[in-house]
Design a protein around this ligand. Structure first.
Ligand SMILES: [Zn+2]
Length: 309
């Protein structure tokens, strides 16, 4: 080879390796639930320069012919990184991606799985159409750089509102559960009856307060009661460590009390800022991402106002 073409080859190789290694994502903590279910516990902080938009839990379910991956992360690059993490667990390809809801940190990684069937709720797909581009923009603002290759990718297989559908995917029995809109209007949960595992998206969260601004708080309380009625032993939240039944119950109790206290304030004709002073927020205030509390009060207040009108 001529030295000039050798030089060009080296240059190309260097630029390829730059593209591949451009971003250092934090490593997830990998938790094995049983032989076929692993959870990649992502960073708990909101998207920022350090985590580059990797901030979500992803569940890896290894089926007979391929992997079912729940929540592929917040950009095409995070998706590709999660794909690499899946490879450390199994050689099988990701055949299905399930999106729990329409918040970009959970689904913008769809793009890294062009060969997979993508599943979401009907409502989630509609919300991705409406808000997908805003989510890419928000993610770019939060991580401080452009994501020129990240495009919102829609699910090809969708499930209707308020449905529970038993399916078997790659030999894994699961219930695709679309509850009343709680954390968002398009939530979807996955229940694995043989494994007694519930994967909830952000209807369950651990170590961060619930984010209510796009949700319906009253429904959320009801859905948490329904979750408690399942015979699951392990609950996979959208963010934070795995949960047990006692923690699910505590979360429901805290949202229930929050909602009742905001309602009392409303009935006593207090303003939102006056209501805030009456609430015991100590449990949520000490958590990561506690800035959502003000928006939560606003969401609950508007909901109560509408109900009482
Ligand atoms: Zn969310």
């Amino acid at each position: 080879m001529h030295s000039i073409s050798k030089f060009l080859v080296i240059l190309v190789l260097i630029s390829i390796s730059r593209i591949v290694c451009a971003v250092d994502f934090p490593e997830p903590k990998i938790v094995k639930i049983n032989d076929r279910i692993h959870v990649l516990l992502g960073p708990i902080q909101h998207a920022n320069k350090e985590n580059q938009g990797y901030m979500v839990n992803s569940t890896v379910i290894v089926g007979d012919k391929g992997v079912i991956l729940v929540d592929p992360g917040g950009s095409d690059e995070v998706g590709a990184y999660i794909k690499k993490q899946v490879k450390t667990i199994t050689e099988k390809p990701v055949a299905y991606v399930i999106d729990t809801h329409s918040h970009g940190d959970h689904y913008l990684g769809n793009q890294a799985f062009p060969e997979a069937v993508i599943i979401s709720s009907e409502e989630c797909r509609d919300l991705v159409i409406q808000t997908g581009d805003q989510w890419v923009k928000l993610m770019e603002d939060l991580i401080g750089r452009q994501l020129p290759n990240t495009k919102p990718v829609l699910a090809g297989e969708v499930y209707p509102p308020k449905s529970k559908t038993s399916v078997e995917i790659n030999g894994v029995k699961m219930v695709i559960w679309v509850p009343l809109g709680s954390h968002t209007h398009g939530d979807l949960m996955i229940y694995l009856p043989e494994d007694k595992v519930l994967i909830s998206g952000d209807i369950l969260i651990n170590g961060v307060p619930p984010t209510m601004q796009d949700g319906v708080v009253k429904n959320w309380i009801k859905v948490l009661e329904d979750i408690e009625q399942t015979d699951a032993n392990v609950f996979v939240p959208g963010h934070g460590a795995l949960m047990n039944r006692k923690q699910v119950r505590a979360l429901r109790a805290s949202i229930e009390k929050f909602y009742a206290d905001v309602r009392n304030g409303y009935l006593n004709e207090l303003s939102e800022s006056e209501i805030r002073k009456t609430l015991d927020l100590s449990e949520w205030e000490k958590l990561e991402r506690s800035y959502v509390i003000g928006r939560n009060i606003n969401r609950a207040y508007l909901e109560i106002e509408q109900d009482e009108f």
